[in-house]
Write a protein that binds this ligand. Structure first.
Ligand SMILES: CC(C)(COP(=O)(O)OP(=O)(O)OC[C@H]1O[C@@H](n2cnc3c(N)ncnc32)[C@H](O)[C@@H]1OP(=O)(O)O)[C@@H](O)C(=O)NCCC(=O)NCCS
Length: 383
């Protein structure tokens, strides 16, 4: 009998709880005017983006159409064994045991801050960030949305530390959206880890990590690029002519003649190259671990021809990414303006010739991938 009563009470409490709990929530009366399909889709979308808003799905299902919809003030969870001084913590964030968070730190929503994490004052952490155990987030750290920080990752903010001497300003270290840092990696001060990059466990990161690059070792070097966007790198048969699926890149066939006397590559500037050539340069003697390029041009077209050896090119148009190995001089790769490109994995003997449509102009370069994404998606251009 008692058990039945308990079950009944729990059931009633379960039904009423959302109304009590969310009554002081934020009002979004406009939502009730949405068509039913949008009303149904919105909470599902929010629920998928952020687990803490699943409760919204529950609430909106219970609300009759003509009532004002209250959104929950999504709660965060702070374990009582932690010392969290900042009020700036987003909904759904969980901070586990033995953490210390100082009073000016900003932490977004739906983050998971595991035990033994220390967060200093001048720190901004985005949404859906995971910080595993034993990490210290010092002043100057900027961690964007969806970043993963593995256990015992070490950040640094003072390049030349001395006891009891503090720099006027700490270096700003930026971890861009969706990047992951493997266990025990060390990140030197002022580094930027690019969007979607993967830092291997134990890596010593001494230079900026390009977007989507995988780096590992001491000092960390690029070992590849992540395959999260379509990046086919099929080994080409000798006769194959590569193609590009993505917009912003094209292959151009040049004329190569080979016989016992050697090979000749002929480039008819007006016929083969789809833009008037103003400049030409060669890249050679690149240590294989070095990445070149890593930028987009605003106006300049480029045609890349690997005259000898091989080089890998990764191109990105802000929506999709592709990668090719240039290892035949007859296959010219045309990179259009506003296409982000990097050349890497140079073979020892590689010689890359680049035909360009414009004279050198430093203002034509976009060197920051985040700025590049803004330009291609929002259409704003600095020149
Ligand atoms: C760097 C990393 C992403 C590479 O993954 P991958 O591309 O699948 O690499 P593979 O496992 O195929 O290894 C390729 C080579 O790199 C080496 N390697 C892999 N990870 C390495 C690392 N962190 N440091 C140095 N070398 C590494 C491998 O030994 C292998 O070498 P080999 O070709 O001489 O045999 C991965 O190994 C890593 O470090 N992940 C982070 C794990 C982590 O810290 N998780 C935290 C949550 S608990």
């Amino acid at each position: 009998m008692r058990l039945r009563n308990l079950v009944a009470w729990l059931g009633l409490a379960g039904i009423l709880m959302p109304f009590f709990f969310y009554a002081p929530g934020i009002r979004f009366p406009g939502l009730t005017t949405l068509p039913p399909v949008a009303r149904a889709a919105l909470p599902i979308w929010l629920g998928l983006r952020s687990p803490s808003s699943l409760s919204l799905l529950f609430v909106s299902d219970l609300m009759p159409e003509n009532l004002v919809l209250y959104l929950p003030p999504m709660p965060h969870l702070i374990h009582p064994l932690s010392d969290v001084q900042t009020p700036n913590i987003g909904g759904g964030t969980r901070i586990w045991q033995f953490c210390v968070v100082l009073k000016n730190a900003k932490i977004g929503s739906d983050c998971n801050i595991c035990s033994h994490v220390f967060v200093e004052n001048d720190v901004i952490i985005g949404d859906r960030v995971t910080i595993k155990c034993g990490v210290q987030i010092w002043d100057g750290l900027r961690i964007a949305d969806d970043v993963f920080v593995g256990p015992n990752v070490t950040f640094t903010n003072d390049p030349f530390p001395r006891s009891l001497q503090h720099p006027d300003k700490y270096a700003i270290t930026t971890i861009q959206r969706g990047a992951s840092i493997g266990a025990s990696a060390t990140i030197l001060p002022g580094i930027s880890i690019g969007r979607g990059a993967m830092v291997g466990a134990g890596a010593m990161v001494t230079r900026d990590v390009p977007p989507y690059a995988i780096v590992r070792g001491n000092p960390a070097r690029i070992s590849g690029y992540t395959q999260e966007q379509p990046t086919p790198v099929p080994p080409l048969p000798l006769t194959a002519f590569p193609t590009a699926q993505m917009k912003g890149v094209d292959f151009v066939r040049l004329t190569k003649a080979s016989d016992l006397r050697g090979s000749l590559l002929a480039v008819e500037l007006a016929k083969h190259i789809p833009f008037p050539v103003k400049r030409m340069f060669y890249v050679m003697n690149v240590p294989s671990h070095h990445v070149r390029g890593e930028h987009a041009h605003i106006q300049c077209h480029q045609l890349l021809v690997c005259l000898q050896g091989s080089v890998t090119v990764t191109a990105d148009n802000g929506t999709s990414r592709e990668e090719w190995v240039l290892d035949r001089p007859e296959n010219g790769l045309h990179i259009l303006p506003l296409t982000w490109a990097a050349q890497w994995r140079y073979s020892d003997n590689a010689v890359l010739a680049v035909f360009a449509s414009h004279s050198y102009d430093s203002a034509d370069y976009i060197r920051d991938y985040e700025e590049y994404l803004k330009i291609v998606h929002e259409g704003s251009c600095k020149v």
